[in-house]
Structure formats: structure tokens, C-alpha cells
Design a protein around this ligand. Structure first.
Ligand code: ATP
Length: 526
């Protein structure tokens, strides 16, 4: 049996079937493709969580008998408090009280989604190790399942899925067709995942290994062992962004690990830094990191080593944004900025051998090349000025030439970013390029770092917890920088208060924000 696009709906009915009958009726009334989870908490009305928001399934609260009804269908949850429904991809997770009795259930709809990794296919096919990051529920497991199928069926590799909670290959001993011909190893207890990862390499000669949720240092070590044996590893890890991972002492090893080193006075002067700095310790286990911003939007770090080095040097990491819209994949370069990377300090900490994605490629369209070169030198940003429109990641165009049909055609094809300058003056070029590279004039680097770190932390909280978060008061330039960072995640921001206490507040997606408050920083007028 091959999975088809229609199959999830048939599978969906199997999940509906384990619910008490009044709830079955309510869930059947919903559009299957929009249901992500059914949530049943003792003493509260049951709910369905949808792609957009959630709905109550009935007013009457969930009773113990309702929970027992579901558990009788799916069997007792394992040590990870999860149970499955045989030959489906659904997952039922239990919440227990202090005495061990189940008082809540989350029934997650699992789906095999064909084509969901179209925007990552080249990365997967490259044979390099890929780590997927993203907030819970963003669709990491669904992508990983399709990675297994594509590697096994389309690229004809010997693939082994290490399936700790049977989430990738589904419940039961025969894997779900969603993983294609990939083989699957079940894991008896979650704390054995690292053993099974090693067992997979030693006993079954795989060319690729797929693992969901690397979360412990034993698993990080197993991942390194697999990578050292030349087996391709595609995995997910706890953590939403590369920054989270680097700051996580247990998992930072996946991206090379971090240690603190003390520089000589001369070296510190040369780099213009403090004497004690954080540096990457080793080559990363994963060559590429894919940060899932949404189901159909990712930020790819094509060279983990370089991205981590930039992060530790306090610079913008940049990357490649990929978007799937109407079946088309659009790729845009996200420029990185800040000080150039320090050279490797000694042979003990070499840079990873992976091919670097290179600096941002810039094309001057109607803009004086000499002037642009001069401003770029002055701003000390790392770019390569290219001679062909087709090779550019970023096109700097004179406003009067912005509608040039040839340029528009190229942009449509390459997805290059276009920035406009009103006139050929160095002040204007400086203004635009500063915006592109997020350079902030008149504030010291430490303040910039702090404002960026604060905004990133808040973004994660808003995305994970769905709450609004107020940032500390900042001067207008830093608020503008924070606003720009937040807007990449399509979150709402407003500025509140008056100077010097004016500050940004971040709101979750879709929150109703009073239009009158809308952030003027967006237009750069603050
Ligand atoms: N491309 C997609 N199309 C339709 N549904 C999807 C898609 N991606 C994910 N989903 C649905 O969204 C929900 C969450 O997906 P998934 O379990 O893959 O997320 P996750 O990031 O692995 O979450 P967690 O970290 O909590 O395990 C599931 O109900 C899944 O079926």
C-alpha cells in the first residue's frame, strides 16, 4: 500500500473511533485536515486544537469514565506516557496525577504528508547530516517521516528509523507506509534511545539513520559516533533555534559545543574583544541546521560551523529562508552582519571542513559601483559584489530602475532580495546598507547584543507559550532593531510608553492588537 494524499482522512477516523461517542460526533463535524489534537482534561470541557485556534467539543466536563474509555481502546501508555493506535501515526499522551492515575489526555493526529520536504529535498539528497529544530507542534516529526520515505524510496538508500515512541513509523510492528521502505527499530524504553542508535549502525548497515528528539547527552554522543562512521544522520532536537541549542549545555555538542577561552592581550586587542571569549569547541555533528519557523517556512543554516561561530562572535547569523507557497519553493538569503569571523585560534579548534555558503552576493543595479564599494568598506561588512544579476542574493537598485523588466524576471527566478536607494549618494547607500546588515549607529555593540538576545528570548516565549511579552525600555534605534527581528516571525509588536521608558510589546500570532498602537519603528520613523 502506498500512502496517498487522501489517506490521512481514513486514518483520522481511526483516531475518532477511540473517543467516547458524543465526542466522536463533535469531531466528525470538523474539517479533518484542520484538526491537530483532541485535548481531554478531567473536570474541563474537551477541546479540539485546530490549525487556527481551538474549539470546545461539548460543554459537559470530561469524566474519569471518558478517559478510561480512550485508554481501554489504545492500551496503557508506556514509560514515556504515550500510547499509539495500531498501524496509524496518531499518538495519545497521558497526564497523570501524583498517584499515577491518568487525569488528562492529548490525542495528536499523525499524518503522512507527501511533498512536505520539497523545500529541503536538495539538502537531504546531499548526504550531509541535517538537524531540524522548531517549536513543539510545528511539524518536525511529520517532516522527518517524509525524509525517511524520500531517502528510502526516491533516493534508494538503506534507511533505519530509530523510533522511540513509534511516532515516526506509527504504532504496531509493521511500520506505516508513510515511511516508505525505510526500516524501523522500536525502542523499549525512552532512555535506551542512544543504545538503539548505536545498535542500528553496528548491526544493520544503514546508509542513513533517522531519529526524533535528541534530548540527552548520551544521545548527542551517539549522534557523534554515527556521524564519525560516515552514516548520514537526519534528526530533530529539543530547542527552537540555533541560539537555544548553543546555549543548551547538554545539546550544544550537536553543533560543535562551546567552551570559554582566555586570549592573550595581543589577540584580544586584535579582535577588539574581551580577554575571555566563548568559542566553538569542535566540528559540529550536524553539517546543516534547519530551523522550522512554520510548516512551510524554514531558515536554513547551510554551514553550522560558520553560523555557530558568528553567533558566538555576537553577530547576526543570517542563513537562507525557504518558503513553500502554492507548491513553489522560494529561497531568499538572509544576510548576516557584524564583525568578520575571528580566524581559528589554534589547530586544536579547526573550522569544520564543510563548504562555506560564502558571503552575501550583492549586485549594483543602476547604483554607482565605486560608491557602493566605498560604503561597504566603511561599514566593514562581509559581502561579494558580483557582476551578474543572476548571481546575486541581494540587488541594490536605484529607485528609478526598480521596475526594469529584466531585473524583475531574474528576481522572480532566483528569489533575490531587492533593496531600493532613492539616489546615488553615499548617505543614502549607507542608510540602506545599514538597514540590510542591521547595523546600528551610535550605540555600543554590547547594547545591541543585549537587545537582540532579549528580543530572541521573548520571541521564543511568545511562540511557545502564546503569551504577550513586554521588553525593557530601549532607545529608538534598538527598538527598531528588535522590531525587525520580531517581524521575521510574523508576530505583532507595538511600542508603549513615552521616552525614555518607551518599549516594545510582542503579541502572539493572530492576536488582536489595537491598530492605533501599531509600531512606528516599522517605518523607521521612531
Ligand atoms: N505539512 C503538514 N500538513 C498537515 N498537517 C501537518 C503538517 N505538518 C504537521 N502537521 C500536523 O501538525 C501536528 C504537529 O505535527 P508534528 O507532530 O509533526 O510536530 P512536531 O514538531 O514533531 O511536534 P513535537 O515536537 O510536539 O513532537 C500533527 O497533528 C501533524 O499531523
Amino acid at each position: 500500500m502506498n500512502p496517498t494524499r487522501a489517506e490521512p482522512d481514513d486514518d483520522f477516523l481511526l483516531l475518532v473511533g477511540v473517543l467516547p461517542s458524543p465526542l466522536q460526533e463533535a469531531v466528525r463535524g470538523l474539517t479533518p485536515g484542520e484538526v491537530l489534537e483532541v485535548v481531554m482534561d478531567l473536570g474541563r470541557p474537551p477541546e479540539a486544537r485546530l490549525v487556527q485556534g481551538s474549539v470546545r467539543l461539548r460543554e459537559e466536563p470530561v469524566a474519569q469514565a471518558d478517559l478510561e474509555h480512550v485508554l481501554a481502546q489504545v492500551g496503557p501508555p508506556g514509560e514515556d506516557n504515550r500510547a499509539g493506535i495500531e498501524r496509524t501515526l496518531h499518538r495519545v499522551s497521558a497526564i497523570r496525577n501524583r498517584k499515577g492515575r491518568v487525569v488528562g489526555l492529548t490525542l495528536r493526529v499523525g499524518r503522512a504528508v507527501f511533498g512536505t520536504i520539497d523545500m529541503l529535498k536538495d539538502l537531504i539528497a546531499s548526504g550531509r547530516n541535517v538537524l531540524l529544530l522548531g517549536r513543539p507542534g510545528v511539524g518536525k516529526t511529520t517532516k522527518l517521516r517524509e525524509v525517511a520515505r524520500v531517502l528510502a524510496d526516491d533516493l534508494r538508500k538503506r534507511v533505519m528509523v530509530v523510533d522511540t515512541s513509534n511516532e515516526i513509523g506509527g504504532d504496531g510492528d509493521i511500520p506505516h507506509p508513510g515511511i516508505g521502505h525505510a526500516r524501523r527499530m522500536q525502542v523499549s524504553r525512552p532512555d535506551r534511545q542512544h543504545d538503539v542508535m548505536i545498535e542500528a549502525v553496528e548491526n544493520h548497515m544503514p546508509e542513513a539513520i533517522i531519529v526524533d528528539e535528541i534530548g540527552t547527552s548520551a544521545e548527542a554522543t551517539a549522534a557523534r559516533t554515527i556521524a564519525e562512521r560516515g552514516v548520514q544522520l537526519v534528526a530533530t532536537a529539543h530547542g527552537n533555534t540555533l541560539e537555544n541549542l548553543v546555549l543548551n549545555p547538554t545539546l550544544s555538542d550537536l553543533v560543535g559545543g562551546v567552551h570559554t577561552v582566555t586570549l592573550s592581550d595581543e589577540e584580544a586587542r586584535r579582535r577588539n574583544t574581551q580577554k575571555t571569549v566563548s568559542e566553538r569547541k569542535a566540528p559540529p555533528t550536524f553539517d546543516l541546521v534547519v530551523q522550522m519557523v512554520g510548516r512551510d517556512e524554514v531558515l536554513v543554516h547551510l554551514n553550522t560551523a560558520e553560523a555557530v561561530d558568528r553567533l558566538l562572535a555576537g553577530s547576526e547569523v543570517g542563513g537562507e529562508r525557504r518558503l513553500l507557497t502554492g507548491g513553489e519553493v522560494r529561497v531568499e538569503a538572509v544576510p548576516h552582519a557584524g564583525a568578520p569571523l575571528p580566524p581559528p585560534r589554534s589547530k586544536a579548534a579547526p573550522a569544520a571542513p564543510a563548504a562555506p555558503p560564502g558571503p552575501l552576493r550583492l549586485f549594483a543595479h543602476g547604483v554607482s559601483r565605486d560608491l557602493m564599494d566605498r560604503v561597504l568598506r566603511e561599514l566593514k561588512v562581509e559581502t561579494r559584489v558580483v557582476g551578474r544579476l543572476e548571481s546575486a542574493d541581494l540587488i541594490l537598485t536605484l529607485r528609478s530602475r526598480a521596475n526594469d523588466p529584466k531585473m524583475r524576471r531574474v528576481v522572480e527566478r532566483t528569489g533575490a532580495r531587492v533593496e531600493m536607494v532613492k539616489r546615488n549618494s553615499s548617505a543614502e547607500l549607507r542608510r540602506v546598507l545599514r538597514g540590510v546588515f542591521m547595523l546600528v549607529e551610535g550605540v555600543d555593540e554590547e547594547q545591541v547584543r543585549e537587545a537582540v538576545a532579549e528580543a530572541e528570548h521573548a520571541i521564543q516565549r511568545v511562540l511557545n507559550e502564546g503569551v504577550s511579552v513586554a521588553l525593557a525600555p530601549r532607545p529608538p534605534r534598538l527598538r527598531k532593531l528588535q522590531h525587525r527581528l520580531v517581524s521575521r516571525y510574523h508576530l505583532e509588536t507595538v511600542s508603549l510608553g513615552s521616552e525614555p521608558l518607551r518599549h516594545l510589546v510582542l503579541y502572539p500570532l493572530g492576536a488582536e492588537v489595537e491598530a492605533a498602537f501599531h509600531e512606528s519603528e516599522a517605518e523607521g520613523t521612531a
